[in-house]
Design a protein around this ligand. Structure first.
Ligand code: GLU
Length: 293
């Protein structure tokens, strides 16, 4: 995809729903390093569609943390919570094309179905994160009334048929969990009919990330390898909506010392705040993650 003036456009897209940790510092500074090497522009986007968990206080602290590690961006900060209309417009395109359907079957209902199936010796297909796949359009319900459980899902098989493809592909400049790189292919049906929007949050991570990367003309997505498989869903949405595809660079994850688990926002001791409070300098933090920034 060519950028305005052919300058690559990068973005760092954290969610202000907790404190940033070393993994975020790594992702932000790696983005910055690659943007600088490629003469690109760096944008900051706040993925705050969860308006309950994302708070102005956490957002202010996140911005402060980014300043502290020397992460710099240009232009205004795009907050997803201010752009629900953009996501709705994209959802309407998919609904009008007959590719999105509404269902009131909740996650709880689904869990009960899975338990029943497994109790009687059956198995239920699961997505790469281990969640049971949605059983499809048979469970479509009319999008009327105020049922708080109502969600919109993509009919993934119909979407692939609509495009006349069996899988999606993208350029991987980093690597997937099994070393995938170069032009890679993936079958998005491994996510089942994923959620596009909910009643309380009128979009989803998959839909808003794709719409924003398009609106912000992002050419290079640099993010953690935990999102590698999600790229299949993103590529499918890009193809359906006629959006150009950025190049993806999935980077390694910083693990918790000792147990090899991925860092999470609930582990307070690796937050950038806690590290600074215990005397770590920016140089120490950069040394811990092995990025010059
Ligand atoms: N908001 C996502 C996160 O904090 C990142 C999304 C992305 O980079 O595509 O994990």
């Amino acid at each position: 995809m060519s950028a305005i003036n052919d300058r690559p456009i990068f973005r760092f897209a954290p969610s202000p729903n907790g404190y940033l940790h070393l993994g975020h510092a790594y992702s932000a500074l790696l983005n910055q390093q690659r943007a600088r090497e490629m003469g690109g522009r760096m944008l900051l986007r706040l993925e705050d569609i969860d308006t309950v968990r994302c708070t102005p206080q956490l957002e202010a602290e996140l911005i402060e943390d980014l300043h502290c590690i020397g992460f710099e961006w240009v232009g205004h900060v795009r907050r997803q919570s201010e752009h629900f209309d953009d996501y709705r417009a994209a959802l309407d395109i998919l609904i009008d094309a007959g590719l999105a359907y509404h269902t009131a079957l909740s996650r709880g209902d689904l869990r009960a179905m899975v338990v029943e199936k497994e109790r009687t010796g059956g198995t239920w297909p699961r997505d790469p994160d281990g969640a049971p796949l949605f059983p499809g359009r048979d469970y479509q319900t009319p999008a009327t009334g105020d049922d708080p459980r109502g969600v919109w899902r993509l009919d993934v098989k119909a979407a692939l048929d609509h495009l006349g493809i069996n899988e999606v592909s993208w350029d991987e400049a980093g690597a997937g969990p099994n070393g995938e790189s170069g032009t890679v292919c993936a079958d998005p049906t491994f996510w089942g009919d994923f959620i596009l929007a909910r009643r309380d949050t009128p979009t989803s991570y998959h839909l808003s990330v794709v719409v924003d990367d398009y609106i912000q003309r992002v050419t290079d997505v640099v993010r953690g390898r935990d999102l590698y498989f999600a790229t299949a869903a993103h590529a499918l949405l890009q193809d359906l909506l006629g959006y150009a595809r950025p190049t993806y660079f999935h980077h390694d994850l910083i693990m918790e010392p000792g147990n090899g688990r991925k860092l999470s926002k609930s582990q307070k001791d690796t937050s950038l705040r806690a590290l600074r409070a215990s005397g770590a300098t920016v140089r120490d933090i950069k040394r811990m993650i092995g990025v010059a920034g």
